[in-house]
Design a protein. Structure first.
Length: 393
């Protein structure tokens, strides 16, 4: 039987607990952070939620006290399991827990929850006191900053790549220009200094070699101008009916390539002859550059549907697998034959791919039988769809 003093102490403690609970509720209601207290005995129930928490989850406090089931039912099963392990598991609790919460109004927010558990003397969990915050905007800002940083890194990497291409391009172009210019200047100097000593056939020979070197310079300048036009999308086709087999024969005669093996079936097709001639020239030049002057080059021409297929292959070392996907990209270069003096500019195959693309066709590279590279050019007589945007930067 309790004494009067015991009863008095009990009333005093109850009064202090009531004041503490009242202070907690007052503090909780004034807080802009969601605060809650959940009980687990005899089953899960809501003892208290403040206005901020109710607004965060989108459910009124009275509704949560009447029916707390949405607080569990609306959780992803993996998130629910994490709460169970934190509250009742033997291991240490890991807070906070962040998860997506579907509000009744249809909005999905990101909640961050952290709590402490209230236990009895036997260690049983009686309640959980926690805070819940809507961190949706914070995570969006963080994601936006991450994307901005990624874009900045990509832009910086792009600039480094462009700078590297610029150096490689200038190096290659300077070499391509210097070689024929040196030859032209040497021959011109010989003609100027010894014109009276040279026989007419010697003068004609030097003049012919000067013309060939000047044509190399002109070809390089044409390539550079076409790359620039392609980048602006102002390079157009002038289609006319031609026999692709005849075009190949004429180009090889102009190139002075009598040793190229040609198997050509008459293939009428509407093409821009000048562009396709450049395609053939660049493919043959590429084969000589990378396979060597003594390499065997074979060209096949055959009709295909309403178009034609042009194949140029060599018996050189071929194209490594890691370069097959980039060989048509601007300024990409493979290893040149040691017998070939010039490394090239890295735009010849790019122009091949782009000129073929303008015709609505396709260019691909394969391994030739027995080794070497095979370039397959498919040309439709007229494209069914507009060609895609150019890849030249």
């Amino acid at each position: 039987m309790l004494s009067g003093r015991d009863i008095e102490d009990r009333h005093r403690l109850e009064h202090e607990l009531d004041e503490l609970a009242s202070s907690f509720r007052t503090l909780a209601e004034a807080s802009e952070t969601g605060i809650y207290r959940f009980g687990f005995e005899p089953e899960f129930h809501v003892e208290h939620v403040n206005r901020a928490f109710a607004d965060t989850v989108g459910i009124e406090p009275d509704e949560l006290r009447r029916d707390p089931s949405p607080l569990n039912d609306n959780l992803d099963p993996h998130v629910r399991q994490r709460f169970i392990e934190n509250r009742f598991g033997p291991g240490p609790a890991i807070w906070p827990i962040e998860f997506s919460w579907p509000r009744p109004d249809g909005e999905v927010v990101v909640l961050s929850v952290e709590e402490v558990c209230v236990r009895d003397r036997q260690g049983r969990v009686l309640a959980a006191l926690g805070i819940g915050r809507d961190v949706t905007q914070e995570r969006r800002r963080e994601a936006s900053m991450v994307r901005a940083l990624q874009h900045e890194r990509q832009a910086a990497e792009g600039l480094r790549h462009v700078d590297q291409l610029r150096r490689l391009f200038l190096q290659a172009v300077s070499h391509e220009l210097r070689t024929p210019l040196t030859t032209v200047l040497g021959f011109a100097s010989t003609l100027a200094s010894h014109s009276g000593e040279l026989a007419p056939d010697q003068v004609a020979h030097l003049a012919q070699r000067m013309v060939r070197q000047a044509e190399r310079i002109e070809q390089l300048l044409d390539d550079l101008l076409d790359v620039e036009r392609l980048s602006r999308g102002v390079l157009n086709l002038q289609r006319e009916d031609h026999d692709l087999a005849e075009v190949v024969t004429d180009v090889l005669a102009d190139l002075d390539e009598p040793d190229v093996e040609v198997t050509a079936v008459r293939s009428p097709i509407a093409i821009d002859r000048g562009k396709i001639e450049r395609v053939i020239v660049n493919l043959v030049t590429n084969a000589r550059r990378h396979a060597g002057q003594d390499a065997h080059i074979r060209i096949d021409v055959a009709p295909s549907g309403e178009g034609a297929v042009l194949t140029v292959e060599d018996d050189g070392p071929g194209v490594p697998d890691d370069l097959k996907d980039v060989v048509f990209e601007p300024f990409a270069q493979g290893p040149s034959s040691r017998a070939y003096a010039s490394p090239g500019t890295g735009i010849g195959l790019t122009l091949v791919a782009e000129f073929v693309r303008l015709h609505g066709g396709s260019a691909r590279i394969e391994d030739a039988e027995g080794g070497g590279a095979r370039f397959v050019i498919a040309l439709p007589s007229a494209p069914e769809h507009p060609p895609p945007e150019p890849v030249v930067p």
